[in-house]
Design a protein around this ligand. Structure first.
Ligand code: GLC
Ligand code: CA
Length: 555
């Protein structure tokens, strides 16, 4: 694999609305990120992905953009952003922006014009179709619930929105639209950003040739995914996007693409792929709070392990995945993988060891490093996301009682990851001087950055050591380019593997259960990282304590 400048990045995702408020409006902002740059740099971060900060009516918290060229005033100004980029650079941190080009906001001037004349110039920027017999053009369901089509008042036309009604899908078949997007992208790259996290890009091509699909829910709609995700022919757009923008700047691109067919992986993230890397979704649908996996936690983590290992083997020497466990669209990882009663320093520190030493770009999500978790709300009104409310209505329509529906939301909804960052035990967790836009987890008095900073055995301190080991020049080449060999694969509770390069062998062991585990193999080595005070051995076999995670260099 040819070495690239971005291979050794350590990423950190910021959900700006919830990171740090500085002007006391209860909403996080760019000066807030600026204020915390030293914190990120102490943690060892070298790349920060900021979720959308462009001008937006915030129907989907910024993923509905009404002006691609301006920072939304709630977050600051374009000058603030420029300053942030420069200040980050001084600390060796590259900033990447979110790029949302599958759809705009319905308040984007393009869409406003389009609505005036769906057959006109801007009408062709979006996807309008006439309804049939007073019904939408087909029965696709939006990813966020309800029909994917919205009727244009006073006309026969409907527009397509795969996400909320406020996010009309762009028509990538229109070259003029594509050129307008490329110009915007190049403008940001010229400003000095390091690249983009690319939103929902798997959906830019749609196959609208068919009609209604057999309903798969009580709403009479059908998910339709195969007609608008990774649709054959999308490659043409991806190639053009890359050559007309990203490639010119040799920037870093991190795409959100679920379900890439195995045979296309290399085309996507190989040496000359459309993107630098993609988020692998293979573990995202595992949650012990979900019916499918409840009470089967051991099995669930094993299944995750097997999937992740298979992906590692498939991509070995060919390309990089972006490895992560948390983001703004899923409940927090302790809640997803661990029983509440088992959530403690050992289990929480074991989790990042699962993925930090795999081949790829490791990524953290704000608050993961201090062990932030979700908390149940008492009423549905306490949630703000439209997708949450749509799901809630969907559950009621399926016959659940309001209490059952709320319970399910509390367990599954993505807003659990969007509570304000817990900086200290002062009012509102130090996030804001006023009541925040979204409630802070009441556990902030105990779980917060300041407290963690004062304790050399805190989870935060462990994350620092973890990142430092990933960056250590003695081992870095191996973490990046070493071969990958699974170990102890027939164990029901161990997640272990070896990375080897030029005679150096690095061994990673994580015990995923609240019981001791003994390895079958004999391993001896120098301990590079350990979430316990010591490592027990019996006749050369390792005796791992509950949720113990260790990294060894074989000697
Ligand atoms: C992506 C984002 C999500 C957003 C959606 C629509 O999945 O991660 O937060 O709602 O795209 O833009
Ligand atoms: Ca603010």
């Amino acid at each position: 694999m040819k070495e690239k400048w971005w291979h050794d990045l350590i990423g950190y995702q910021i959900y700006p609305k919830s990171f740090q408020d500085t002007n006391s409006d209860g909403i996080g902002d760019i000066p807030g990120i600026m204020q915390r740059l030293d914190y990120l740099s102490d943690l060892g971060i070298s790349m920060v992905w900021i979720c959308p900060i462009y001008r937006s009516p915030m129907m989907d918290n910024g993923y509905d953009i009404s002006d691609y060229t301006q920072v939304d005033p709630v977050f600051g100004t374009n000058e603030d952003l420029k300053k942030l980029i420069d200040e980050a650079k001084k600390r060796g941190i590259t900033i990447i922006m979110d790029l949302v080009i599958n759809h705009t906001s319905s308040e984007h001037p393009w869409f406003r014009e389009a609505c005036k004349d769906p057959e006109g110039e801007y009408g062709k920027y979006y996807i309008f179709r006439k309804g049939k017999d007073g019904q939408p053009p087909n029965n696709w369901r939006s990813i966020f619930g309800g029909s994917a089509w919205e009727k244009l008042a006073g006309s026969d036309y409907y527009y397509l929105h795969l996400f909320t009604v406020g996010q009309p899908d762009l028509n990538w078949e229109n070259e003029k639209l594509r050129e307008a997007l490329y110009e915007m992208i190049n403008g940001w790259l010229a400003m000095g950003i390091g690249g983009f996290r690319i939103d929902a890009i798997a959906h830019i091509k749609k196959d609208l040739s068919g009609g209604d699909l057999p309903a798969d829910g009580v709403d009479g709609l059908c998910s339709g995914m195969e007609y608008f995700r990774n649709v054959e022919g999308i490659e043409e757009y991806l190639r053009e996007l890359k050559t007309k923008t990203f490639e010119k700047y040799d920037c870093f691109t991190l795409a959100e693409v679920d379900d890439i067919p195995e045979e296309r992986l290399e085309a996507y993230i190989g040496e000359d792929g459309y993107y630098s890397t993609v988020f692998d979704f293979c573990h995202c649908f595992h949650s012990r709070l979900d019916g499918d996996w409840r009470d089967r936690d051991g099995e669930m983590l094993l299944d995750v392990r097997n999937r992740v290992f298979e992906r590692q083997r498939n991509m070995e020497g060919k390309g990089f995945f972006c490895n992560y466990l948390e983001n703004h669209d899923m409940i927090r990882i302790p809640d997803r993988y661990l029983p509440k009663e088992d959530q403690n320093f050992y289990s929480l520190s074991m989790l990042p060891v699962l993925y930090f030493f795999l081949s790829g770009v490791p990524m953290l999500y704000q608050g993961q490093e201090i062990g932030m978790t979700g908390f149940p709300r008492e009423k549905i009104e306490d949630y703000v996301d439209l997708a949450t409310h749509n799901s809630y209505q969907g559950y009621l329509a399926q016959g659940m009682s309001p209490k059952q529906a709320l319970d399910k939301i509390n367990r599954n909804c993505r807003e659990n990851a969007r509570t304000p960052m817990q900086w200290n035990d002062g009012p509102n967790g130090g996030f804001s001087e006023v009541t925040p836009w979204f409630a802070v987890n009441p556990n902030y008095t105990d779980v917060n950055v300041e407290k963690a900073q004062q304790d050399s055995h805190s989870l935060l301190a462990f994350y620092r050591r973890l990142v430092a080991l990933r960056k250590d020049c003695l081992y870095k080449k191996n973490w990046l380019y070493g071969s990958f060999t699974p170990l102890e694969e027939d164990s029901g509770q161990l997640w272990s593997f070896m990375r080897s390069k030029d005679g150096q062998e690095l061994l990673v062991f994580a015990n995923m259960a609240n019981e001791c585990a003994q390895t079958k193999g004999h391993y001896d080595g120098k301990v590079l990282l350990n979430n316990y005070g010591r490592l027990k051995q019996r006749d050369g076999q390792l005796l791992l304590q509950p949720y113990q995670a260790v990294v060894l260099e074989r000697v």
